[in-house]
Design a protein around this ligand. Structure first.
Ligand code: FE2
Length: 351
């Protein structure tokens, strides 16, 4: 490589090795002098940029390899380094946009190392085209989003099935989903977990499909055997959802939403640390929504009464922070609404 050889003509043997290394490198290697002119351009760089060596040597990096919009940045950064010795890009692995011979931009991973003396500086850039990797990453992300949206649509389809048999439960689940998701947001859960709360709440009572409709709709006080029947819905919900490999803990939310942190809940009598945060949020939203709604066997409670009940049980049945968050929402004017089933992206991070 003539231009590199010129850098140190007295040390031929190491330079032969250096030439072989540069010529066979899979990374593009571009050497530039202190004026920004290209003095070496290896075969990998020819392949990446689509230029032959003789088309670029002697020209500036700025003119040949950098998109017009970024030229000024490059020139300022080089001048800054030469004047102050302070490195912005130099010496670090960075991702940059470069330009091919056909003028198309592409994403590259780049590391620039300064060599030679301060009086006649030379910079060697190691460069790798990562645009395909970046493209594949974006495609993978799109694919993941598509799968998650399909799963969400499946859950909404399941909710529609519940609605046909038991309109009350479907409506209850949509209202619980509205409240639980608003609480999860106020608790600043990560987006992914908020999606889990939203979807888990939407089908938390799916197991009621196993409860005879005459019990679900029976007016008056529930009999002991009715209560037993109602209580199996947690396990049934878990059995329905557990075989599906959801990226959210939907089966656990269905199983645990009637657990209490002091262990007095059902079906497993789990205590605080064993109950998933998502289940604890849905549990509080479930109680507030249920109490404030009319039930066939009792009239609706006033919102204040429902909030008083969860306050009294804070630290016993319910997580104190979750109760405080729920109360703060209502005190700030929040009202439970029904989630529109057709509005898939009502709150999803995937929208
Ligand atoms: Fe329930």
């Amino acid at each position: 490589m003539k231009s590199l050889r010129r850098l140190n003509p007295k040390r031929n043997l190491p330079l032969k090795c250096l030439d072989a290394f540069v010529e066979s490198s899979l990374d593009g290697i571009v050497a530039m002098d202190g004026k920004g002119r290209i003095i070496a351009f290896n075969p990998a760089a020819e392949k990446i940029f689509g230029y032959r060596r003789e088309q670029v040597v002697g020209h500036t990096v700025s003119e040949k390899l950098i998109p017009g919009s970024l030229r000024k940045d490059h020139e300022t950064s080089l001048a800054h380094f030469l004047a102050t010795g302070k490195k912005k890009i130099i010496g670090r692995r960075v991702t940059v946009t470069a330009k091919r011979a056909d003028q198309s931009p592409f994403t590259a991973e780049l590391e620039v190392i300064p060599v030679a003396s301060k009086a006649s500086p030379v910079f060697i850039a190691y460069l790798r085209d990562i645009s395909e990797k970046e493209h594949a990453g974006k495609e993978n992300l799109q694919y993941t989003i598509k799968i998650k949206k399909t799963l969400m649509q499946t859950i909404l389809a399941v909710l529609r099935i519940v609605e046909i048999r038991d309109p009350y439960t479907a409506s209850h689940q949509r209202r619980v989903a509205h409240l639980a998701t608003t609480m999860a947001k106020a608790l600043e859960l990560p987006e992914e977990r908020i999606d889990g709360v939203f979807l888990g709440a939407l089908i938390h009572d799916i197991g009621k499909i196993a409860v005879p409709t005459e019990i679900l709709a029976r007016p008056g006080i529930l009999l002991d055997e009715d209560i037993n029947y109602l209580q199996i819905h947690c396990r049934k919900g878990y059995e329905i959802l557990e075989p599906v490999n959801f990226p959210w803990p939907l089966a656990e939310i269905a199983l645990q939403h009637h657990e209490h942190i002091d262990g007095s809940g059902y079906p497993q009598g789990l205590r605080n640390g064993k109950i998933l945060l998502e289940s604890r949020i849905v549990g509080v939203a479930d109680v507030v929504e249920s109490l404030t709604a009319h039930r066939p066997y009792r009239p609706a409670y006033a919102l204040e009464e429902a909030l008083e009940l969860i306050s009294n049980k804070a630290g016993k049945w319910f997580d104190r922070q979750i109760v405080a968050t729920c109360k703060a929402l209502f005190e700030n004017g929040y009202r439970i609404e029904e989630i529109d089933m057709d509005e898939l992206t009502w709150r999803s991070s995937l929208s």
